[in-house]
Design a protein around this ligand. Structure first.
Ligand code: ATP
Ligand code: MG
Ligand code: MG
Length: 349
C-alpha cells in the first residue's frame, strides 16, 4: 500500500496513523520533538528539524503524499517537500490559514462574514483601529496562536498599550468582539475528485481558551445548519482543497460569523470517532490518498470531552462508564495539555 507522510507527531498525527493503518496504508511521521505521541503507532518516524534539508529530502522521497497535523510548517520546508511529493491540503490552504490577516481577507473575498478587523503594526495603527472598531476588542498575533495563546482582550482604551506589549512586537490583528450566543464548527472534507462532504456541525464550549466539550447536534435551526455547511463548502471549493478542514463559527441572531479555519483534522471533530461510520481521521486519509470520501452521516448524539492536564486522574473512574476513551499516550501531565478525550453517546440514532 501507499505511504502517507505526516508532518507533526502529536495526537492528531497519532489518530491519522491509526486510521491509515486500518486502511492498509503506512505512515511516516516527521517531527522535530522527541518521543511524539504518534511514534508508537506510525510505521516510521523521522526526528529532525525543519531546517534539516537531508532529513526532509529522505522523508519526502519515502512517501507517496504529504499531509500535516498543524499549519505552522516553515515555508522553506514546504518549498523543498513539494518537489518530492504532492502536499495535501495544498499550499494555498496553508498560506491562507497561517496568518490571521490573510485568512480574514480571504474569507471576506468569498463574501463571508467575519469579525471587523484591522492590521496592527504599532500604537498608531492600534489607536486608529480602536477608533473604527471600538471596544471590547481582541488583539491577536497574526501567526502561531492556538488554544487562545497570543491574545489580549481590550475592554477599554486604557488597556490598549498593555495589550500591544503582550504581543511582544509580533505582527497582530485587532478583532471586534462578536457578541455570539454560542460557537459551532463544521468539519468538512473535499476529495481529490472535488466531492464535498460535511459532518453535522458541533457546538463547542471553551474554558480558559481551550476547547472543553463538543456536542452534536449543535443548537441551530435548519436554516443555520444549512448555512454552516454551505460556508464550509464554499471555503473548501475556493481553496481547491483536498482533505479535512475545521471551520469555526460564531452564532449570532443575524448571521454565522466565521472565526477561523484549520486546514487539518480538528479537535472539535473527535466526536466523529464514535458518532459516524467514517470518522474525520479516516476521511482525511481517504481524501489525501485519492480515495473516494466515505459516508460521514451521524448515527448518534455525542458529547466529546477533552481530558486536559489533571483530568487524567479521572480515567480510572471513566473506565467504569460507557464513555469511549481515547488517550494520546503522553507521559508528562501538564496543566492545559491535551492528554486525551472521551466520547459519550447521549442517544443512539
Ligand atoms: P484554537 O485553539 O481554536 O486554534 P486560537 O488560539 O486560534 O484557538 P481563536 O479561535 O481565534 O483562538 O479564539 C479562541 C476563542 O476566543 C474563540 O473560540 C472564542 O471563544 C474567543 N474569541 C476569539 N475571537 C473572538 C472575537 N472576535 N469575538 C468574540 N470572541 C472571540
Ligand atoms: Mg486557531
Ligand atoms: Mg479557534
Amino acid at each position: 500500500g501507499a505511504t502517507i507522510g505526516i508532518l507533526g507527531g502529536g495526537q492528531l498525527g497519532r489518530m491519522l496513523s491509526v486510521a491509515a493503518a486500518r486502511l492498509g496504508l503506512r505512515t511516516h511521521i516527521f517531527e522535530p520533538g522527541a518521543a511524539p505521541p504518534a511514534a508508537d503507532v506510525a510505521h516510521q518516524l523521522t526526528t529532525a528539524s525543519y531546517d534539516d534539508a537531508d532529513a526532509l529530502t529522505a522523508f519526502g522521497k519515502s512517501v507517496d503524499v504529504i499531509t500535516y497535523e498543524f499549519e505552522n510548517i516553515p515555508t522553506s520546508a514546504l518549498d523543498l517537500l513539494e518537489t518530492l511529493a504532492p502536499i495535501r491540503p495544498g499550499r494555498q490552504a496553508l498560506a491562507t490559514s497561517q496568518d490571521r490577516l490573510t485568512e480574514k481577507d480571504f474569507l471576506q473575498s468569498l463574501g463571508l462574514q467575519t469579525a471587523p478587523y484591522a492590521d496592527i503594526t504599532d500604537m498608531g495603527s492600534l489607536t486608529s483601529a480602536l477608533d473604527k472598531i471600538g471596544t471590547p476588542a481582541i488583539l491577536k498575533t497574526r501567526r502561531m496562536g492556538y488554544d487562545g495563546k497570543g491574545q489580549a482582550r481590550i475592554n477599554g482604551r486604557d488597556a490598549a498599550a498593555d495589550a500591544l506589549a503582550a504581543m511582544g512586537g509580533a505582527p497582530a490583528i485587532l478583532e471586534g468582539f462578536v457578541p455570539f450566543s454560542h460557537e459551532v464548527s463544521v468539519i468538512g472534507a473535499r476529495g481529490a475528485d472535488g466531492a464535498v462532504a460535511c459532518y453535522d456541525p458541533g457546538e463547542n464550549v471553551h474554558a480558559d481558551g481551550i476547547l472543553r466539550t463538543t456536542t452534536v447536534p449543535a443548537k441551530l435551526n435548519s436554516g443555520q445548519r444549512t448555512d454552516a455547511v454551505l460556508i464550509a463548502a464554499k471555503i473548501l471549493n475556493a481553496l481547491d482543497y483536498v482533505g479535512v478542514m475545521g471551520v469555526e463559527l460564531f452564532v449570532t441572531p443575524q448571521a454565522l460569523i466565521v472565526n477561523e479555519i484549520a486546514p487539518r483534522v480538528h479537535n472539535s471533530g473527535h466526536w466523529t470517532q464514535n458518532g459516524c461510520t467514517i470518522c474525520q481521521f479516516e476521511q482525511h486519509i481517504r481524501a489525501v490518498a485519492g480515495w473516494p470520501l466515505g459516508d460521514g452521516s451521524r448515527h448518534a448524539d455525542v458529547v466529546m470531552e477533552n481530558l486536559i492536564g489533571s483530568d487524567m486522574d479521572r480515567v480510572p473512574q471513566l473506565a467504569g462508564t460507557d464513555a469511549a476513551i481515547h488517550l494520546y499516550g503522553k507521559t508528562d501531565v501538564k496543566p492545559g495539555r491535551k492528554m486525551g478525550h472521551v466520547n459519550r453517546i447521549i442517544k443512539a440514532g
